[in-house]
Design a protein around this ligand. Sequence first.
Ligand SMILES: Nc1nc2c(ncn2[C@@H]2O[C@H](COP(=O)(O)OP(=O)(O)OP(=O)(O)O)[C@@H](O)[C@H]2O)c(=O)[nH]1
Ligand SMILES: [Mg+2]
Ligand SMILES: [Zn+2]
Length: 340
Amino acid sequence: MAKRQLSRRQSWRIEKIQEERASRAARRESRALEELEGGDLGPEQTGLVIAHFGVQVEDAGELAGQIFRCHLRANLPALVTGDRVVWRAGNQGIGVIVAQLPRRSELCRPDIRGQLKPVAANVDQIVIVFAPLPEPHANLIDRYLVAAEHAGIRPLLLLNKADLIDETNADQLGALLATYRQLGYPLLEVSAHQGDGMERLQAALNGHVSVFVGQSGVGKSSLVNSLLPGVDTRVGALSELTNKGTHTTTTARLFHFPGGGELIDSPGIREFGLGHVDRGDVEAGFIEFRDLLGHCRFRDCKHDREPGCALLKALEEGRIQPQRMASYRHILASLPEPEY
Ligand SMILES: Nc1nc2c(ncn2[C@@H]2O[C@H](COP(=O)(O)OP(=O)(O)OP(=O)(O)O)[C@@H](O)[C@H]2O)c(=O)[nH]1
Ligand SMILES: [Mg+2]
Ligand SMILES: [Zn+2]
């Protein structure tokens, strides 16, 4: 009992310390903001958030290309990499963001607490990166596809580390790739290390605003380094124990291609929940279901074992691949219970 009380007191203390720390940080922030606003600020101009850690803004106006660390004027929403903003330059590379410009698109995913957080704004292509190692999970790829379809952003599937394909994994990878080729998704195979396929990847990225997503350790940052010599963003070896990535990239960062187009490297993830979508969204995210939905005998068909189910029939006839149906069921089972 005594021990339990102590730990409760301890946790209360920890919470209090954290609260104090947060409010000190907020006070510091507002003092910095006051100082900036009291001084000589440049005219309002547009800029681009290129990193969300300590919000870095790249000017899109007169100071073209210069990068400023910016404070946010109070009552602005949380900004993410790719956001377009109105801002004013202070001195010594510091500025103030005055307003957020409307987003054309928004890729979101739930954070650790299940709350939906945008990860990148204004992208028009989601590059779903996977590799022979860490072992790819079709279900994770399908979740990204659902998220992409939901956000209305074009997906591109990218198998990196093609140099690691050998007789131990070739069949399994071949089956995985065949699944997505059959669905008509664009798919490229490359090796960031050996350079194979990189020209075709570059061609697919030119003129687009793309974001690299996928498990930690699949080589997203290595691909950035290979595409953009001179960038040299941090890369981390897989864990020897688990063969998984070690979460090397911690914040999304935007890079420019010399010939036009942008690329956002994002931190790898362990699990991609889909807290913000409902059954209908998931169904709409499986493109091979589209022509079948609405053709089941029962209007509220769960496509489980109902008679006259159009999806089950298509599954039986091989028009829906078993792995995709399993993925669909897995995703549905993981959605939070709807609130009535
Ligand atoms: N064999 C081989 N290894 C590669 C290739 N590309 C990347 N790697 C290795 O894979 C490991 C992970 O690379 P990263 O680029 O840090 O992976 P990431 O996806 O950015 O990982 P996070 O930032 O943690 O999400 C490193 O040891 C890279 O050297 C490749 O084409 N072939
Ligand atoms: Mg990385
Ligand atoms: Zn059905």
